[in-house]
Design a protein around this ligand. Structure first.
Ligand code: SF4
Ligand code: SF4
Length: 112
């Protein structure tokens, strides 16, 4: 069975959603400062993983992301990356080395 790990954190104005498998790590990087809040991505996400943030408050000056990501729902398909007119989403894929994959599998392997 293929194991999939997901996590999410924030770095400055970037929300970083990660999906890791034994073979690769995919990072979906959403820079909310580039986001115009047009909601195209919200409408087209096939997993309904995106929803609008507090757009009215943001329009009045609140510093918050216009789009919220549901990490559990996201399939890392990249559609939001391809269709965002502001290029607010970026996706990187990194193949993991065999050694790294073995470490990620954890010490439980081989234990009785
Ligand atoms: S498509 Fe791009 S600019 Fe529009 S709401 Fe989504 S991330 Fe923001
Ligand atoms: S990567 Fe795909 S599933 Fe995830 S938020 Fe973007 S469009 Fe939705």
């Amino acid at each position: 069975m293929m194991e999939i790990q997901k996590d999410m954190d924030a770095e400055g104005t970037h929300i970083l959603a990660r999906q890791k498998t034994k073979e690769r790590e995919i990072v979906l990087d959403y820079d909310y400062k580039k986001c115009a809040g047009c909601s195209i991505c919200v409408a087209l996400c096939p997993k309904k993983a995106l929803q609008e943030g507090p757009l009215q408050e943001i329009a009045k000056g609140l510093d918050a992301p216009p789009v919220l990501i549901d990490l559990d729902a996201c399939a890392f398909c990249g559609m939001c990356v391809n269709f965002c007119p502001m290029k607010a989403f970026k996706m990187t894929v990194r193949e993991r080395q065999a050694q790294e994959a073995a470490e990620a599998a954890g010490p439980s392997e081989g234990q009785a």
